[in-house]
Design a protein around this ligand. Structure first.
Ligand code: GAP
Length: 481
C-alpha cells in the first residue's frame, strides 16, 4: 500500500523527496502542485477554527532566533535525543529506537546507563555494517548557525518549535488582546530538528510545518465554558500508567484522568478537526505522556495518535500544560517584566499549548482517504481538503467543445471556484487522473451541452453521472461544499 501511495504521490505531484536530482537527503520532502493545495486546505481548516471560532490572534515570527532565546527556553540544555554511533562505519542511531527495534519492547524513560547495558548485554551491533556501537550520549536536535559576518557574528538556532517565538512578544500580544484572559495566539510556520537518521518518510522530517496555539490563562482557571460541545465525544484513552479505556471526554474529566478541562476540550476539538480532514477516527487514540517521557516544560501532556497501517503510531498533536515555565524563563533571562495585573492580582499567565504538526496529518489524510476498487484507485478527500473543487473536461478536442469548456472554466474562475482544466487523452483517462488526485466531482462538456447548455457532473465516489444546467453549476458546486 505504501508503495502504491508513494507511486501515485510522485506521479501526480502530491509529495516527493526533496533534492532528488542530487540523490536526496533524508528528512526533507517537497509538496508538489497538488500536495501544496491539500496542505494549504489542512492549514486553513486549523487556522479558521482557531482564528474564527476560538478568536485567536495570529502571528508570524522568524524561523531563526538568537542563542539567548534557546538558552532561556531550556532547549540548548535539554532538547536532546540519545544517540549512538557505529565505531566502524560512523552511522548514527537513536539508541532508544535501535534497542526497541532489536528487542521488540519499549525502553521509554530509561536512563543512558540502562540503555548502554542493554546494548552490551544483547550484543546489539550496527544494523548497517555489523560494527560495534559507541557509548550513548545526549545529542542536541537544533540546527545551529550564525547571524552576521566576521568576528562579531552571533550564534543562532533555527527554531525547533514555533511556540518560543510566540512567547517573546508576549507584552505586545497582551496589549492586542485588550489585557483580558484567556486569550489564544496561533502561529503556523516551519520548524527544524536535526533528527537522527529519519527513516519514516513524511512522518519524521528535519524541516517541517507546525500550527501551534498558545492559550494564555489564569493559573487557577484552566476550564472552558463550552466544554459540553465536545464532552460526549467517546474515544480510546491511554493513561500515563498504560491503562486503556473507551470513554467520553466528560468521564475522563469527571474521573480525574484528564485533570485539566481545557486539555480535554482541545483534544475533543482536535478529534473533530482530524475527522473533517478525512482522517479515519477509528484509527485515533488519546495518549497521556508518561512522567519520564514528558517534555521538560510541561506538567501534563496528551497526544492524539494515529495508528498507521504502514508506520504504526504517529503523533499528530500534543496538548500540554506548560504552566508559566516559558514566560518565567524569558522574564528571568531578558529581565523584562512579563507579569500581568488582572482582576486585582499580579502574576505570570500560564500557557495551555495545542501543538499540531501539519505534515503528519497530511500523510494520515492521504493514508486514510486512499481507496482501491477493482483496478481503480482514488483518494476520497472531503471537499474542503481536496486540491480542486472540480475538473472541467471537453468530451473531445473538436466541434467547439474545448471552447465551450474553456468558457465554463472561466465562469468557475470568476466565481472563485478552484477548477482543474484538462483536455488531454480519453475522457476515461481524465476521470482516472482526477480520481487519483481526489477531485470530488468533474464536469464534462459534451454534444448535449451545445444543444441545451447542460453538462455532465460525475461523482468521484459513486461514479454516478447527472446533468446540471451551466447557469446552475456554480450554485450547485458552492452549495455542495
Ligand atoms: N511546541 C511543542 C512541540 O513542538 P512536539 O510534540 O515536539 O511539541 C508538535 O511537536 C507536533 O509537531 C507533533 O505532534 C508532530 O505532529 C509535529 N512534529 C514534531 N516533530 C516532527 C518531525 N520531526 N517531523 C514532522 N512533524 C513533527
Amino acid at each position: 500500500m505504501h508503495r502504491k501511495i508513494m507511486d501515485i504521490s510522485k506521479r501526480r505531484g502530491i509529495m516527493y523527496p526533496s533534492f532528488e536530482i542530487y540523490g536526496g537527503v533524508s528528512g526533507f520532502y517537497d509538496y508538489g502542485p497538488v500536495g501544496s493545495r491539500i496542505k494549504q486546505n489542512i492549514e486553513s481548516l486549523i487556522r479558521n477554527y482557531y482564528v474564527i471560532d476560538e478568536e485567536c490572534l495570529e502571528v508570524e515570527c522568524p524561523t531563526l532566533s538568537p542563542e539567548a532565546v534557546w538558552i532561556a527556553s531550556g532547549h540548548v540544555g535539554n532538547f536532546t535525543d540519545l544517540m549512538t554511533e557505529c565505531l566502524k562505519c560512523g552511522e548514527a542511531y537513536r539508541s532508544d529506537h535501535l534497542i526497541e527495534e532489536h528487542l521488540k519492547k519499549s525502553c521509554e524513560g530509561m536512563h543512558i546507563s540502562q540503555l548502554n547495558d542493554l546494548i552490551e548485554k544483547n550484543r546489539i551491533k550496527c544494523p548497517k555494517c555489523g560494527g560495534n556501537l559507541g557509548k550513548i550520549y545526549n545529542y542536541n536536535l537544533m540546527f545551529q548557525t550564525f547571524v552576521g559576518p566576521g568576528k562579531n557574528k552571533e550564534s543562532a538556532y533555527l527554531r525547533p518549535e514555533t511556540a518560543q517565538t510566540t512567547y517573546l512578544a508576549f507584552r505586545r500580544l497582551w496589549e492586542a488582546a485588550r489585557k483580558k484572559l484567556p486569550f489564544g495566539v496561533i502561529q503556523i510556520g516551519r520548524s527544524f530538528r536535526n533528527e537522527i537518521s529519519p527513516r519514516q518518510g513524511m512522518v519524521r522530517l528535519r524541516e517541517f510545518n507546525q500550527a501551534e496555539i498558545q492559550f494564555f490563562v489564569e493559573p487557577d482557571r484552566k476550564s472552558v465554558e463550552n466544554f459540553d460541545e465536545v464532552s460526549k465525544i467517546k474515544t480510546r484513552v491511554v493513561t500515563k500508567d498504560d491503562k486503556e479505556f473507551d470513554m467520553s471526554l466528560e468521564s475522563a474529566v469527571k474521573k480525574g484522568i484528564m485533570k485539566v478541562q481545557m486539555i480535554a476540550y482541545f483534544l475533543g476539538r482536535s478529534l473533530q478537526l482530524f475527522e473533517r480532514m478525512g482522517i479515519n477516527p477509528k484509527a485515533l487514540k488519546l495518549r497521556q505522556h508518561k512522567d519520564e517521557e514528558r517534555a521538560f516544560y510541561s506538567t501534563d501532556t496528551w497526544d492524539i495518535e494515529y495508528i498507521s497501517k504502514i508506520f504504526g503510531k504517529i503523533e499528530l498533536v500534543g496538548i500540554s500544560d506548560r504552566t508559566d515555565y516559558d514566560l518565567k524563563a524569558h522574564m528571568n533571562l531578558s529581565k523584562q517584566d512579563l507579569t500581568v495585573s488582572y482582576e486585582g492580582k499580579k502574576f505570570i499567565p500560564h500557557v495551555i499549548e495545542i501543538a499540531y504538526g501539519i505534515d503528519r496529518p497530511f500523510y494520515c489524510v492521504i493514508e486514510s482517504c486512499y481507496r482501491e476498487e477493482g483496478d481503480r484507485t482514488f483518494f476520497k478527500f472531503p471537499k474542503e481538503i481536496s486540491p480542486y473543487r472540480t475538473g472541467i473536461f471537453p468530451l473531445v478536442r473538436k466541434d467547439n467543445l474545448p471552447e465551450k469548456a474553456r468558457a465554463v472554466f472561466e465562469l468557475m474562475k470568476k466565481e472563485r471556484i478552484h477548477a482543474f482544466y484538462d483536455q488531454t487523452g480519453s475522457i476515461g483517462k481524465r476521470y482516472a487522473r482526477a480520481d487519483e488526485i481526489g477531485i470530488p466531482e468533474c464536469v464534462t462538456i459534451d454534444y448535449e451541452t451545445i444543444e441545451d447548455n447542460t453538462v455532465t457532473l460525475r461523482d468521484r465516489d459513486t461514479k454516478k453521472q447527472i446533468r446540471v444546467k451551466i447557469d446552475e453549476l456554480t450554485m450547485y458546486l458552492m452549495n455542495k461544499m
